[in-house]
Design a protein around this ligand. Sequence first.
Ligand SMILES: C[S@@+](CC[C@H](N)C(=O)[O-])C[C@H]1O[C@@H](n2cnc3c(N)ncnc32)[C@H](O)[C@@H]1O
Length: 307
Amino acid sequence: MQRKMFIVNNSIYKILKKLFFLIFDFIYLYRVKLKTQKIGENKHSVSTFIKYTATVQSFLESDKRFRRFRQSPFYKIVLEHVNYDLAQKYLKQVKIFSDGQSFVPYFDAMVRNDRVGSPELYKFDFGSVSGTSLRYCKVYLEIKSLFDINRIKDIAEIGGGYGGQALIFDTLHKPLAKYRIFDLPVVIKLIELYINSYYLNSSFSANDINSLCKGRSFDLVISNYAFSELPRNLQEIYMNKVILNSRCGYLTMNTGLVNKSDKMISSENKLKRYTSDELIKKIRGARLIREVPLTSKNNYIIVWGTN
Ligand SMILES: C[S@@+](CC[C@H](N)C(=O)[O-])C[C@H]1O[C@@H](n2cnc3c(N)ncnc32)[C@H](O)[C@@H]1O
């Protein structure tokens, strides 16, 4: 009886402690947000509107927070939210794409990516890795299967999170010369902090899209759950400055899918963001492929320049 009471009290204590830290974090982030509010055009995507930039700012202000940033509950809402079930599905894809090759380089690349930010690790028979690293590894291998990978030396990524996809490419893709991420100013600082925790094989930069000169071209543009979430006026900027200047492309989209039965929704959507139909028309050689595993009902991937 006493033991049962102890267990109950202990769990209540743990829940209260979590709640306290959550409230504390919320107040802290609200104060950071007030400090960092800006006047000007809205540059945010749908998933980054609430508390995201304040959360990222808090990682920059405290070394302790940066060391554990991948466990932050607010950061997990936008990124770092692959659960164990989904991680297993990514692992299945990694195994399919790497069939016949050694798994060791992929495991090493994921372990390297998990060295910074204290992510939650899942245990598998080969070792422990985070769900996000598995996702980045799957994306790398899918890209490798779609394109003539040896010709891809110069990569641009729109909305790079903390830079994990870039790091996976740096580790695994030997011909890589230059990887550039375009993201929000505060996120660029986090990316730089993260990426500069490593010595790279390739060259790397993270910038605001305003710094990109007209006429610059890329071998490949990647954007996963980022370009698709931007407001249309910003999508147009990225379209003209990056996407239409990239020989190959891989964009995981979570908006804009046009269903034949959905004409009303699609015409309304058209005003907010590019639809899948528009993208296919606008980007030469673009086609839709399935997102596997499918992370949301209407997701899809746009690819072009496959040969
Ligand atoms: C849902 S996260 C996806 C991150 C990463 N692609 C991944 O797969 O883990 C959306 C990304 O878009 C970025 N983002 C938001 N607004 C942006 C903007 N105006 N320009 C570029 N990136 C932006 C966010 O900072 C974040 O890195």
